[in-house]
Design a protein around this ligand. Structure first.
Ligand code: FMN
Length: 366
């Protein structure tokens, strides 16, 4: 096992755990509970405007004086053609008809790539950690974020991505295994068949880079946390494990799916946004996906589906709702975020201690 000291010092936290940023489900209460417990609370900002990010940082600081993380998407801007959008609406039109609603008027996508205005907001907000998904911002923007005193991290889903992130200036790499809930952070090889599980990814990334590594993907209890530390991770980044915390914002269908996660499988699907993400399988995933050639490029698939999801939810159905979750969702437990933060790491280290104490001496007969 590696010492977690370097990472704890960099982030000025007491416990080697980062609550995963979760756009749409994040709350100030969740960030504060995790940071006040000694971990690093995170907020997924990909759907916020720059002004909202500045307000958010002030609001978080009103609830905690500890370090926190703000997270952004930095996908390359791609334009979905009018034909692609029309084809997607045509594919979804039976559902509009069934629900008796009109298709959307294609409002501007909420998940804008990281740009100059968002960079200004991050510089003003100056979180201890600025983390990214889908690569890192342009060199000039990244330099400004670092100049504001932020530590910078991003997700790697392969060893090649981890190396690239360090070359581009990341201080920390989040090794995101295939089991993880939410969007794959992939940005080099877009073939989902080449994505790597947490157990294989973490030790190889640890060997490949000379910066701290945070493990993410299927870490939902002390057994998974202990395994991640044993694989060489400097910290863990659970997401799904936090989804049943009372501090989180979660729709009724998503909460119900989690509560019966043993009966629900997750899959990688692009039907909700245009990019592969792990979600509970529901009707839309089953009938249109899991991977659809018709879904327009990220984030342009999202608007047309969001209209269906809203209409479904008002009828008490999660048939069209994106319910991000990782493969270890059935291990999530209802408990306060502070208690979860402290308990996961303490129990993982206790478990590792017990294993070390019970290990047979070298050369001993079994
Ligand atoms: C509901 C949900 C939303 C997520 N949103 C984001 C996000 O906005 N930014 C990000 O970097 N990762 C996001 N992720 C991925 C997490 O950072 C992390 O990789 C993942 O939760 C770890 O796997 P686990 O869910 O099995 O613990 C999200 C995950 C979930 C479950």
């Amino acid at each position: 096992m590696r010492s977690t000291k370097k990472l704890l010092n960099m982030l000025e936290i007491d416990i080697p755990i980062v609550q995963a940023p979760m756009a749409g489900a994040s709350s100030v209460e969740l960030v504060a509970a995790v940071s006040n417990a000694g971990g690093l609370g995170s907020y997924g900002c990909s759907r916020l405007s720059p002004a909202e990010v500045i307000d958010l940082a002030a609001n978080i600081r009103a609830h905690t004086n500890r370090s926190f993380n703000l997270n952004f998407f930095c996908h390359a801007p791609v334009l979905a053609t009018a034909e692609a959008q029309a084809a997607w609406r045509a594919r979804l039109s039976p559902y509009y008809a069934e629900l008796g609603i009109a298709s959307d008027g294609a409002p501007a996508p909420a998940r804008a790539p990281f740009d100059e205005a968002m960079c200004d907001a991050v510089v003003a907000a100056a979180p201890k950690l600025a983390s990214f998904h889908f690569g890192v911002p342009a060199e000039r923007l990244l330099a400004r974020v670092k100049g504001a005193g932020c530590v910078v991290a991003s997700s790697a889903t392969t060893v090649a991505e981890a190396r690239r992130l360090v070359d581009l200036g990341c201080d920390i790499v989040v090794a995101q295994g295939l089991e993880a809930g939410g969007h794959r952070g992939m940005f080099l090889d877009m073939d989902i068949g080449a994505q790597v599980g947490t157990f294989a990814l973490v030790p190889q990334v640890v060997d490949a880079v000379n910066v701290p590594v945070i493990a993410a993907g299927a870490i939902s209890d002390a057994r998974g946390a202990a395994a991640a530390f044993a694989l060489g991770a400097d910290a863990i980044q659970p997401g799904t494990a936090y989804l049943l915390c009372p501090e989180i914002k979660l729709g009724a269908s998503h909460r119900a799916a989690l509560a019966s996660a043993r009966e629900h499988v997750t899959m990688l699907t692009n039907v909700f946004t245009g990019r592969p993400a792990r979600a509970f399988v529901n009707r839309l995933v089953r009938e249109v996906g899991p991977m659809s050639d018709v879904a327009p490029a990220f984030p342009f698939a999202a608007n047309a589906v969001a209209v269906l999801a809203r209409a479904g939810e008002t009828r008490g159905s999660g048939d069209f709702t994106s319910m991000w979750a990782g493969q270890a969702a059935a291990l999530a437990r209802e408990m306060g975020a502070g208690e979860l933060t402290r308990g996961l790491v303490a129990d993982a280290f206790a478990r590792l201690g017990k294993l070390a104490a019970g290990a047979p001496a070298a050369g001993a007969k079994r």
